[in-house]
Design a protein around this ligand. Sequence first.
Ligand code: SAM
Length: 291
Amino acid sequence: MNKDIATPIRTKEILKKHGFSFKKSLGQNFLIDTNVLRNIVDAAGLDETSGAIEIGPGIGALTEQLAKRVDQVVAFEIDQRLLPVLKDTLSPYDNVEVIHSDVLKADINEAITTHFKDGQDLMVVANLPYYVTTPILMKLLELKLPIRGIVVMIQAEVAERIAAKPGTKDYGSLSIAAQYYAEAEKVLTVPASVFVPQPRVDSAVLRLTIRETPAVDVIDEQYFFKVFHASFANRRKTILNNLIHNLASKEQKPKIEQALAEANIDPKRRGETLSIEEFGILSDTLYRILQ
Ligand code: SAM
């Protein structure tokens, strides 16, 4: 059998054979280190009964490692030029389905129903295109897919923001949005040298373990999202001022002060000091008083 796809030599051969040139605009940085790939697959805790959903298989480096480990892989690839490449590189594996689609437009639930068994253990595992990291992750979380979790290679800086705890410089609306749906942890930092071409930013592997129920039980989910987004709109402003300017209006100041008092939150605090639980209480209190 051929050597692994994710070696510098094999990758070079594949690119040459198919006359493939990288498109920077599609975030094409391919992994050329099988150890890193095995670590990613290990972090997903998959076995031969599991299913894996991949986003952006590229020339199949990660897809191959997943195919060796799990029952079935479904991979969404936007770049049509990669379809014949993948057909070639993944020909030894009969448990891979490549779907030619922009994952942001794809019907992922439909793909899950079509290609996986009912109740099968499912994980999303990917080396994400960095230009759309956040929209992809938020789509995966908001869809409330029947998956156990997500293990992704992303920019280290974004991984730190997603996994950040209250009171730290990285903690913000992205931390709360992700942690509302999942437990987040950075599992690995990765040097740029494991990619071709090398990205200009540091990378990290992030694991999101989907919660059985969201971190807080709120009256209105959309309103909760509005409240914490408003609270972080200007990081230097107090929670009171951010809520006045970004959620309500000056006339509603007394009501916002009342809500903060009822939620036991000092109006002079800044958004970055509030826990997700405090945002949950604040959101419900504001909802009752303002709506
Ligand atoms: N998985 C491969 C690896 O690890 O070597 C390639 C990863 S590369 C960082 C990102 C891949 O995502 C590329 O193959 C790119 O064409 C694909 N891609 C970019 N935008 C996409 C989108 N919106 N939907 C699906 N695939 C996308």
